[in-house]
Design a protein around this ligand. Structure first.
Ligand SMILES: Cc1ncc(COP(=O)(O)O)c(C=O)c1O
Length: 393
């Protein structure tokens, strides 16, 4: 075989599944930021330390040889701590033996849940703009995305548009509140409208609640599972990543009725076997932190939100003020650039600040081109440094 023939034969080693999506734009921005020494306000991970007590608990667990596989669906003490936390915070009971599954981050929780409940050709409703993983998740399940727009400035949805998205083929709706990238926290009335449609069309709610403890100005996080008729129709996905500033630990969990958990556990077992055992032990310490920890988390992030928003506005951005999560979506129409990608590239290469182009949160890459997302889960000095550089735009 000649070299070109050999090269072209390599194409048969690419599955059709992988040809349908590209690598994560957010992680690509992080790489570009490193290359150009830009302040990275693209990828949502803190650049400050995790709480001392949970780091110590992880070290102790390794030193005392919690170093072998935990039970596939999660260490018993950790599952019990998760159950106790949901009882305390949301007044909802999940049986740690049959309804709680520990997995490798919300990322695994979400795809394991989707693989467990969908068949090829099923429809999944997603609010758009959306966290980019949901796209490849749906494609890997060979499910069809039905999108419902969240519209600025409040990122509300049109109830008629939502109703039109439901059909006999709909298997699930993905609900991420507090929301990445918009910062929207869905209200009880909005959740009720979604819950009513789920019940009318016999559809599951698969929720991504990883920002539940990062909320501002009196907004409250309501798991849709707590609404009447929704407990056994909800697959609740959460994680330690954002609440305890340990995105690299890869520890998440999925709460669902026993029949759903059975299927999710099967997928989880063969995808990853389980999450890191010593980190699950440290998770018990994390989930038992006092209420003051969570209060401080929101207060701290609100200060960072206000600092970054002020600096962005001074530089000419229009900010959509988030009620939750740690991102601020901005409008860049005033700058006169061709689109979001050229603007972000200019920012990384010439200004020294990285952010995420808005179009990466939409299925149609022509949408969201006037939007840029910044994250503010960074040290004050990092945000100040970015603020100073933003004057160069
Ligand atoms: C909405 C949302 N879900 C899930 C994740 C990933 O969560 P994990 O680290 O638990 O896999 C992120 C990370 O940014 C996110 O923003």
């Amino acid at each position: 075989m000649t070299s070109p023939e050999i090269a072209s034969s390599r194409a048969r080693f690419r599955s059709r599944r992988t040809l349908q999506f590209t690598e994560s734009v957010i992680r690509e921005m992080t790489r570009l930021a490193i290359q150009h020494d830009a302040v990275n306000l693209a990828q949502g991970f803190p650049d400050f330390g995790a709480p001392e007590e949970i780091k110590r608990a992880a070290q102790d667990a390794i030193a005392s040889d919690v170093n072998q596989y935990a039970i596939t669906w999660g260490a018993k003490l950790f599952r019990e701590a998760i159950g106790a936390k949901y009882r305390k915070w949301h007044g909802i009971d999940y049986d740690p033996e049959r309804e709680i599954t520990v997995c490798c981050g919300a990322t695994e929780g979400m795809i394991a849940a989707l693989l467990a409940v969908t068949n090829p050709g099923d429809e999944i409703i997603i609010f758009e703009p959306y966290y980019e993983n949901y796209g490849p998740d749906a494609l890997l399940c060979e499910a069809k995305r039905k999108l419902v727009r969240l519209r600025p400035p409040d990122w509300t949805f049109d109830p008629d548009e939502l109703r039109r998205a439901f059909s006999l083929k709909t298997k699930a709706i993905i609900l991420n509140s507090p929301n990445n990238p918009t910062g929207k926290v869905f209200t009880r009335a909005e959740l009720q409208a979604i819950a009513d449609l789920c019940q009318e069309f016999d559809v599951l709610a698969i929720t991504d609640e990883i920002y539940e403890h990062i909320i501002y100005e009196g907004a409250s996080h309501i798991p849709i599972a707590t609404l009447p008729g929704m407990r056994d129709r909800t697959i609740l996905v959460n994680s330690m990543s954002k609440t305890y500033s340990v995105t690299g630990w890869r520890v998440g969990f999925v709460l669902a009725a026993p029949d759903l958990s059975d299927s999710i556990r099967k997928v989880h077992d063969f995808l990853t076997v389980g999450a890191a055992a010593p980190l699950q032990q440290a998770g018990v310490v994390a989930l038992n932190l006092p209420d003051s920890y969570y209060e401080k988390l929101s207060v701290e992030y609100q200060k960072r939100r206000d600092l970054l928003s002020q600096r962005l506005e001074q530089a000419g951005f229009r900010c959509y003020r988030p009620n939750g999560a740690y991102y601020v979506m901005t409008d860049i129409s005033g700058f006169g650039f061709k689109d979001d990608l050229s603007f972000v590239r200019h920012m990384i290469e010439n200004v020294g600040v990285a952010a995420v182009p808005g179009s990466s949160f939409f299925l149609d890459s022509n949408a969201g081109t006037a939007l840029i997302r910044f994250c503010f889960c960074k040290k004050y000095e990092t945000l100040e440094k970015a603020g100073d550089r933003l004057r160069r735009i």
